[in-house]
Design a protein around this ligand. Structure first.
Ligand code: URP
Ligand code: ZN
Ligand code: ZN
Ligand code: ZN
Length: 510
């Protein structure tokens, strides 16, 4: 049956449209180097009905099976992006990639699952969840949800429990910035951390000091700095470092695991490093823009060019990028996200006279796998197995869906990419699949290209063509109590035991 979304004119030619039946349900990927986070080997991968059935050096099949030759190429688990905002109502507008266009772009770039952030509707978690369920109906790849918590009362507390026990959500994000929109104070943060711990749900933080941001913005406007560079100048790394340190210490106080989203600076990264060195369960997520770019773009004389780099926390000065790369290769930071949240030039132009009004967000969902391969693997900083770990496996483990996702093992979902290390990629807004009209990686070229993407056992990207079908993506429920919670109760018990017995004091005779 024809694909209405292609006809709707979102930029895919007729030749790139397809239907579910265009792919065989039996597939053999032959002769490639199969890479998992723990091991790589030359092997065949046999897939039936969306599930990996066998991984063996030689698999013989009948002629009803489609065979894809992967000789000389890497066969890897599809990427999982832990951090996206599709069709996100934010800063008086809505991000332009929805659950179809964003996911189509993702598939073209080798990402086969993402986790998006549900925002409560007027503070109501259930209403927010239902709104996102609707938005996600057009999905063409698998997805999961985190949930933002923006206010606190008994209802929110009860609904968090409902989200975990009945809706497949196992993580909650708290914003320490965006005053007046989503920012929470320390009292709420502590309540939220305690609730997360009691549910086995992972607490996540956007770590910038929102009050300091307001003060920094006031200062820039007073100085007459109204352009995009004012965005970086108003919320420097110290503001991110403070909030990261505070969130980490409060999570330690509560003894619950913490996930710091978009670690953009050395300041924040070093707080994560210090806590991990002390044995605390802290996960640090760099995003591609922070690993690959520096803030100089924000000083570009052309407003449209400068404005496309506005995101929060800001992309930092040269040097932070390399330090974040080193932290990723040494294990201080564990997985790479994108924070894909795209606004087109017209939307970005609402801030032409005032950087505070430029909608915050950059692209990355389609580019992540290629850019990370280029800057981390081609540069010799990480192995191919570690590439799989930071782009896929670790995300699946943290959000408790491993090895259904994040692995090429018998029984795992057939979300697979074939990457040719001898082919090359080039990124331009003209050729990308996102709906936005700009690309922060415009003109970037590199070695290593995702030539084939398989989603749920169907070939959806091949010969530079997308064959995506709205409604084929599944919601992936994520159960609580990931490995990060293993031992948390033991640590609590040891702490309680270590407390002194009540001090006996003589009765006062005065
Ligand atoms: O600038 C950004 N990061 N926009 C998306 C919202 C967020 O803070 O993650
Ligand atoms: Zn069509
Ligand atoms: Zn954020
Ligand atoms: Zn985000």
């Amino acid at each position: 049956q024809p694909n209405q979304f292609c006809e709707a004119g979102i930029g895919y030619g007729e030749s790139t449209c397809g239907t579910a039946s265009s792919s065989s349900s039996k597939l053999l990927i032959k002769g490639g180097t199969v890479v998992n986070a723990h091991h790589q080997q030359v092997a065949d991968v046999y897939i039936e009905d969306g599930i990996i059935v066998a991984v063996n050096p030689t698999i013989m099949v009948g002629d009803d099976v489609r065979v894809i030759d992967a000789t000389g190429k890497f066969v890897m688990p599809g990427g999982i992006d832990p951090h996206t905002h599709l069709e996100f109502e934010f800063m008086n507008t809505v991000s332009v990639d929805d659950f179809f266009s964003g996911q189509a772009a993702a598939l073209a770039g080798g990402t086969t699952m993402h986790i998006d952030f549900v925002f409560p509707t007027n503070g109501n978690l259930t209403a927010g969840f239902e709104a996102y369920e609707k938005k996600a109906k057009k999905s063409c790849m698998d997805y999961g949800f985190h949930m933002a918590v923006t206010k606190w009362d008994e209802t929110v507390s009860r609904e968090m429990e409902l989200m975990v026990k009945e809706k497949g959500i196992n993580s909650f994000k708290f914003f320490l910035a965006y005053k007046g929109f989503a920012m929470v104070n320390d009292e709420l943060l502590l309540e939220g951390f305690k609730k997360c711990k009691s549910l086995g749900a992972l607490a996540m933080v956007h770590a910038e000091n929102g009050d300091a941001v307001i003060e920094g913005q006031r200062k820039m406007i007073e100085l007459g700095i109204t352009g995009p560079e004012g965005h970086a100048l108003s919320r420097p790394a110290v503001v991110e470092g403070e909030a990261t340190a505070r969130a980490i210490r409060l999570a330690d106080f509560v003894n619950t695991p913490l996930y710091v989203v978009h670690v953009m600076s050395i300041d924040a990264m070093e707080e994560v490093a210090k806590a991990r060195k002390a044995g605390q369960r802290v996960i640090g997520e760099p995003v591609v823009s922070g690993l690959a770019l520096d803030e100089s773009w924000l000083w570009h004389p052309d407003f449209d060019t400068a404005a496309k780099y506005v995101m929060s926390p800001p992309i930092r000065k040269k040097g932070h990028d390399k330090a974040l790369q080193a932290a990723l290769s040494s294990g201080v930071l564990q997985l790479v996200g994108t924070d894909h949240c795209v606004f087109n030039s017209t939307q970005k132009a609402s801030g032409i006279d005032d950087f505070r009004k430029i909608p915050n967000g950059v692209n990355g969902l389609e580019e992540r796998m290629h850019v990370v391969w280029d800057i981390m693997v081609e540069s010799g900083q990480i192995s191919v197995t570690d590439y799989v770990r930071v782009t896929s496996t670790e995300c699946a483990r943290i959000f408790n869906i491993y090895p259904k996702k994040g692995a090429i093992l018998p029984g795992s979902d057939a979300d697979i990419i074939i990457l040719n290390p001898n082919s090359s990629f080039e990124i331009t807004a003209k050729s990308h699949h996102s709906r936005t009209d700009t690309n922060i990686y415009e003109g970037r070229k590199g070695k290593g290209k995702v030539e084939v993407t398989i989603s749920g056992g169907r070939v959806v990207w091949e010969n530079n063509e997308l064959k995506v079908v709205p409604g084929t993506g599944k919601y992936i429920e994520m159960p609580p109590y990931s490995y990060l919670f293993d031992g948390i109760d033991k640590k609590d018990a040891i702490y309680l035991n270590s407390l002194q017995a009540p001090v006996k004091r003589a009765k006062s005779t005065a």
